[in-house]
Design a protein around this ligand. Structure first.
Ligand code: FAD
Length: 419
């Protein structure tokens, strides 16, 4: 298979060969490389195992061979993502009548976890795109759903989520971008910061102020790229997430039809937060895939690297560290899956559980990747070794879709509301 040949790049390490492709061999037919206790298919239905295998195969064949190049050359892999959409990954939890796959939040998590073993950054963009498509599917009317969702699900068009502004990050409800009603259009003015896909995407789901201060004055508009007055800042230089552009999105008196408003005036903040509940599970799932890959990379490295006359895998200290990493990985996965189920079922604890999963899993998975890098010694710091890219790519998961400090606020609020 050409793809697996491409993956079989051998990195010389003293007299030992490290085969970087091994981390991807837990997919599909070659599952022998994975220990049963960390197998991500444990507990899944036959159907879930099937699409998990499809996602792992796609990650191994269509993403992993390019992940380093996409990172280093900052390539937004449009064609690869369209291929992913052909497998149903462009609108995983969007309804089938508008082109979605109609799968559950748990199914979605399983897919993003598997895909991100092949490229975290690309998968994370796909997850944001899915969140936007879901927002239009869920809060849009018939015309809006039919107009936007099919092209988003096939990824003929790409979407961006626009909440953050230069002056409003964690305090998102203080946003200032204004939309003033003028006849049958809103006149949109202001700017958004850090927008994933910004400048390269076609559809912008924009939170803006149509009313007074606070969350109740916010509405949600769908803005098309061709809109007059819409422009973009320079492409940001980032330490990770390099296969997707990040830019400011600037609105200078953009006339947006009232018919592009999702939901009623004043419902925008609620729509944005509902999108983010699923977004937090998705981003945590991307961290899981990276951590899983990192555990396998570390294990393989320990088994071949010799110091003090024996392989590092003979060191009890490193064995214990590896055991801790595997334990944190499995605990993290259980947490994400419980939150996904809770959101799917509309449980009252869903918001807090999604926040807990995002907080715990993105922190723990970063620590797993960091430990895996440490186990590689100096080699872990080299770009020839995939472990550093997993680490760089998941660092931002502790910051976006609500920082992990904001997750603590949400969890605490939920606990105190019950007292
Ligand atoms: C690569 C990347 C992609 C992004 N993509 C998008 C996107 O597609 N769409 C979008 O809308 N946004 C996006 N963001 C923005 C992201 O959501 C924000 O960066 C994030 O919400 C934090 O906002 P801020 O950067 O303004 O930090 P600030 O809000 O200024 O916070 C700075 C620090 O202070 C902490 N802090 C703030 N207030 C408190 C408090 N009361 N108590 C304790 N700690 C506090 C924060 O947790 C953080 O650690 C992206 C960001 C990055 C880096």
């Amino acid at each position: 298979m050409a793809a697996s040949r491409a993956l079989t790049r051998v990195v010389r390490l003293g007299s030992h060969n490290i085969n970087r492709s091994r981390i991807f061999q837990f997919n599909g037919l070659q599952r022998r490389g994975i220990a049963a206790c960390i197998d991500p298919s444990i507990g899944l239905t036959d159907e879930q195992k099937e699409f998990q295998k499809v996602a792992f195969d796609f990650a191994a064949n269509e993403m992993a061979p390019h992940m380093a190049e996409w990172d280093q050359k900052e390539i937004f892999p449009v064609e690869a993502m369209r291929k992913a959409a052909q497998l149903g990954f462009g609108g995983i939890y969007v309804h089938p009548d508008v082109g979605g796959s109609g799968l559950s939040r748990l199914d979605t998590s399983i897919i993003f976890e598997a895909l991100s073993t092949g490229c975290v950054s690309t998968t994370a963009y796909i997850s944001i795109h899915n969140m936007c498509a879901w927002m239009i599917d869920t809060f849009g009317n018939k015309e809006q759903r039919e107009k936007y969702c099919p092209d988003l699900c096939s990824m003929q068009k790409f979407a961006s989520y626009c909440l953050t502004e230069p002056g409003s990050g964690s305090d998102a409800a203080s946003l200032l971008t204004s939309a003033k009603l003028q006849g049958d259009h809103y006149i949109l003015s202001g700017s958004k910061a850090f927008i994933s896909g910004g400048g390269d995407t076609d559809v912008y789901v924009v939170m803006c102020r149509t009313g007074g201060k606070g969350p109740k004055g916010i509405s949600c508009l769908v803005v098309e790229k061709e809109t007059l007055g819409l422009s973009f800042g320079k492409k940001e230089k980032k330490i990770g997430w390099n296969s997707q552009p990040t830019r400011a999105v600037i609105f200078e008196d953009c006339a947006v039809p009232v018919t592009n408003r999702l939901g009623a005036e004043g419902e925008g903040f609620n729509i944005a937060m509902k999108g983010l509940n699923g977004g937090r599970i998705n981003i945590a799932s991307c961290s899981l895939g990276a951590a899983h890959a990192a555990v396998l990379l570390a294990r393989d490295h320990l088994c071949v690297r010799k110091q003090f006359g024996e392989t590092l895998s003979n060191s009890q200290y490193l064995q214990f560290k590896l055991a801790e990493m595997a334990t944190k990985l499995v605990a993290s996965r259980l947490m994400v899956r419980q939150a996904a189920l809770s959101l799917q079922e509309g449980q009252p604890d869903a918001v807090a559980l999604c926040s807990m999963a995002k907080l715990f899993v993105t922190d723990e998975c970063f620590s797993i990747c960091n430990q895996a890098l440490q186990m590689h010694g100096g080699y872990g710091y080299l770009k020839d070794y995939a472990v550093q890219q997993y680490l760089r790519d998941i660092r931002v998961h502790q910051i976006l879709e609500g920082t992990n400090e904001v997750m603590r606020m949400i969890i605490a609020r939920s606990l105190l509301a019950e007292s």
